[in-house]
Design a protein around this ligand. Sequence first.
Ligand SMILES: [Zn+2]
Length: 123
Amino acid sequence: MKITIDAKFDVGDKVYTVVNREYWERTKCLACEGTGKVLLLDNTYYACPNCNGHKTVATSKRTVWDYIDAESIDGIMIKKCNNKYKYSYDIYCEMFEEEDLFLSDGDAQAECNKRNENTIFTY
Ligand SMILES: [Zn+2]
């Protein structure tokens, strides 16, 4: 049996990987007005119980698309299902899909910009 496959990338190609990152946005704690302290009736200050003295509280989770600088593809995994091929690329023992890999940082950034237009906020 002979199999001929056209893959978008080859082992050894340097690619930029688009990934999503999640982080919590923090806003000023309203309970202590951002001081991190609360004044008790005996005129002593304690760490604010709402923000634990951090002055801010986590208010929303944000998903942002960003890319990882060029790394070398270590391997290719190809699955054939219903006469369609699906390609996954091994970079440092982590598998990435073809649509997340780009040969230039400009293309990776353009894809990030496109995906970030639909940034997801969770409150
Ligand atoms: Zn506070």
